[in-house]
Ligand binder design. Sequence first.
Ligand code: SAM
Length: 224
Amino acid sequence: MSKLFLVPTPIGNLGDITYRAVEVLNSVDLILAEDTRQSGKLLSHYNIKSPLQSHHMFNEHRSVETICTRILSGLKVALISDAGTPGISDPGFLLVRTCLEKGISVETLPGPVALIPALVNSGLPCERFCFEGFLPPKKGRNKRLTRLEEETRTMIFYESPYRLVKTLDEMTGHFGSEREVSVSRELTKVFEENIRGTLPYLSDYYKNKPPKGEIVIVVAGKKD
Ligand code: SAM
């Protein structure tokens, strides 16, 4: 039966893929990938031979209609991103929405995503949380942080290593110097690091040791 599958892929450690993800990727007629070279490595590691086609945010608007037409003609298609779950700070939303509008069935497999291990590992309350993705780099950044000043749930942000210290300092300005935070870097990889403390403590830590790699920031919510 024709369908769109969203298939999560590892966020670093190649072993973090489910049996079913491999099965689905092997069974589809076409795999859409953000970066075909990057995904090619994963697919060859698992000996997955399904045809691969590029699908990223720069051609997403143009290509969704064509993809939907192909699925409607009977193809099974899988969407993967460079790492983690498609649609989470990665292309996916537009394709899912367009498929649903056209009556195409969509199935998302559970699997790797950076925010969940960072949250659970933080030691901060995780029964309720909000995911903020990347903060806007310039315009709207201050407004977003101002709105979050009253947030009582644990907050999760994706961040680049180059902006980490600046972001921690801005958060200190908005949330106060006592606020607890946890920074997870290079999750599932050889140099995985999880550092916990107050916002100023982590800012100092990374001023002295400029970070490299991929980063998730988990910030405690405001105390009720
Ligand atoms: N789709 C991905 C997911 O499901 O988590 C997120 C893709 S987004 C373009 C990339 C961001 O996710 C990175 O800048 C970082 O904030 C976070 N990230 C991805 N892999 C990570 C890892 N191994 N360790 C820490 N953060 C990671």
